[in-house]
Design a protein around this ligand. Structure first.
Ligand SMILES: C[S@@+](CC[C@H](N)C(=O)[O-])C[C@H]1O[C@@H](n2cnc3c(N)ncnc32)[C@H](O)[C@@H]1O
Length: 213
């Protein structure tokens, strides 16, 4: 998907700059490749990890966690930040179970809170504020997630949201699918809200990184 938008040469270059991952993480990458499962991949993963380290994140909430690949990057950061919690939320029981196997193998069992449920509802129901929230749910759900995220992120916290280039579909005016409209609308909402400082980083399928003032 992202290959349509960015030079493969640059993507390959960026990927090769990411340090070698543990065998378990490489296995998760191979699974995504073989099953066409949309994980964030190593370049975006490394950036998520770096941001979480930079802000010293100890409480992280993920919406739409899949089988735990993005979770592994956040858990690594939280562990190195001195410990805390990473909330893994997905509505597929099988994916949650698979995530548990991988994250146990990686030694992150004590950090992860698993929820098999709708992600925005779960965030709304979870107490306390978060240092970092990562959003990767179905794209038609993005606009409605923003007020919930804003309420659950601490001032100075960071929101990272994936697929903000949506394979280029956002540029095609004839594309009026609910997902495409969701990505466009979320981008409009957050970039025009004075409560956020926002940049769209065009790695892979586009990540918005937003700082809550
Ligand atoms: C793009 S994948 C997640 C990939 C993961 N973030 C990674 O990079 O490893 C999104 C997953 O979240 C699930 N999902 C989508 N919308 C959701 C929602 N509103 N609540 C809970 N799970 C959701 C999908 O079924 C899918 O398994």
């Amino acid at each position: 998907m992202a290959d349509k938008l960015t030079y493969p040469q640059i993507q390959d270059y960026l990927t090769n700059l990411v340090p070698v991952r543990p065998a378990e993480v490489q296995e998760m990458e191979a699974y995504a490749h073989d099953h066409q499962f949309p994980i964030i991949g190593p370049v975006a993963g490394q950036m998520c990890y770096q941001i979480a380290r930079m802000i010293g994140a100890r409480r992280i909430f993920e919406l739409g966690s899949g089988y735990g690949y993005s979770t592994a990057w956040f858990a690594k950061a939280v562990q190195e930040n001195g410990g805390g919690e990473v909330h893994h939320v997905v509505w597929d029981q099988k994916l949650s179970q698979l995530a548990r196997q991988h994250l146990d193998q990686l030694g992150y069992t004590h950090l992860i809170h698993y929820h098999v449920a709708e992600a925005v509802t779960t965030l709304r129901q979870t107490t306390g504020l978060f240092d970092l929230i990562f959003n990767d749910i179905d794209k038609d759900g993005y606009p409605a997630s923003l007020p919930v995220i804003a309420a659950k992120l601490r001032p100075g916290g960071v929101l990272i949201i994936d697929n903000m280039l949506w394979g280029g579909d956002i540029f095609d005016e004839t594309n009026q699918s609910d997902d495409t409209k969701g990505v466009r609308e979320f981008t409009r909402l957050i970039t025009t809200d004075p409560g956020w400082v926002t940049t769209l980083v065009p790695i892979r399928d586009g990540l918005i990184v937003a700082f809550k003032k």
